[in-house]
Structures are given as structure tokens and as C-alpha cells.
Design a protein around this ligand. Structure first.
Ligand code: PNS
Length: 157
């Protein structure tokens, strides 16, 4: 049984994230989406709201669970007996930060591996921060976020 944790702040969960979860589900027996705290960001939705939106967005996927992670990722890896962490790499600019995190996590917990997956071309430019900016100015987000997230953003205004 191979378990992977896909951590992120997911504020909000986008079609790019959903695409990654959908493809990861074909490679792993169990995909745990871990809604974690990024201390450098001030979120639009609370951890619990984000968890609920991801659960709704992934309701059609059988091997996906959503959890909140309030501490270190390496502790969640231990708790859920995960085989690896999964992160998306959209562009070269993501690489430096991702490499640093992957190396730090393996230093914090020996054997903690990070696997990277690339997005489908269609989603390669979609990011939570751009989604938030478009939301702020009332732009159309229909092509970029799953329906439950779209509804939550519309209700938030
Ligand atoms: O989607 P993001 O904001 O790029 O995700 C970053 C996140 C939440 C994965 C990162 O901030 C994180 O790992 N937070 C949990 C605390 C932790 O383990 N920090 C050490 C990372 S080396």
C-alpha cells in the first residue's frame, strides 16, 4: 500500500491542484491532500474551509483523503505512514524553493522523500495567488477552480 501526502496551502484549491491529485491517484494507493500552514501567507479561507472545499472538489475520487496539518510535514509523514511527499512543479522558478523544502524535510526526517509532478499544459499557469487576485477584482474564475471553490469565492464577496 503506497501512500503519498500532497501538502500545500491550497488557498484556494485550483484546477491545477485537482489535476495533480487526479493523476497521482493513478500512481498511489492512497493520496492524502494535506492542507498545511504556510507561515508566510495570510489566507483567504480557514484551514477547515479549505479542507471542506477540497473534499467537495475531490468527492468523485475514491482513494483521496483530505486532512489538515497544523505542524511540520515530516510529522504528518510519520502519522499517516506515508511513503513520500508530493509537490507540483509548474515552472523553473518554483524549483529553488521546492528543492530547499525537499532537502530540509529529508534532513528533518531521514528517508522522507519528495516526488515532483508537472501540471498538464492547460493548467501550467494557474496559481492560487493569481486566482485570489482575479477574485479580488471580480474576474471570471470558471476555468481555473473547481465548482465548489467557485461558489465559495462568489459567496465570500
Ligand atoms: O502551497 P504552498 O503555500 O507552497 O505550501 C507550502 C507548505 C504549506 C507545504 C509549507 O509552508 C509547509 O511545509 N508548511 C508546514 C510546516 C513545515 O513543515 N515547514 C517546513 C518545510 S521544510
Amino acid at each position: 500500500m503506497k501512500t503519498v501526502i500532497y501538502p500545500g496551502s491550497f488557498d484556494p484549491f485550483t484546477n491545477g491542484h485537482l489535476d495533480l491529485v487526479t493523476r497521482a491517484e493513478k500512481l498511489f494507493d492512497r493520496v492524502i491532500v494535506g492542507v498545511a500552514i504556510n507561515s508566510g501567507k495570510s489566507p483567504m479561507f480557514s484551514l477547515e474551509e479549505r479542507k471542506e472545499l477540497i473534499e467537495k472538489s475531490c468527492a468523485h475520487l475514491d482513494h483521496v483523503e483530505v486532512v489538515t496539518i497544523k505542524g511540520l510535514l515530516v510529522d504528518a509523514v510519520e502519522e499517516y505512514q506515508a511513503n513520500a511527499l508530493l509537490r507540483g512543479l509548474r515552472a523553473f522558478s518554483d524549483f529553488e524553493y521546492e528543492l530547499q523544502m525537499a532537502l530540509m524535510n529529508r534532513n528533518l526526517r531521514r528517508g522522507c522523500e519528495t516526488i515532483f509532478m508537472t501540471p498538464t499544459l492547460k493548467n501550467s499557469f494557474v496559481s492560487s495567488s493569481l486566482v485570489k487576485e482575479i477574485a479580488k477584482y471580480g474576474g471570471d474564475l470558471e476555468n481555473y477552480v473547481p465548482a465548489p471553490v467557485l461558489e465559495a469565492i462568489r459567496n465570500r464577496k
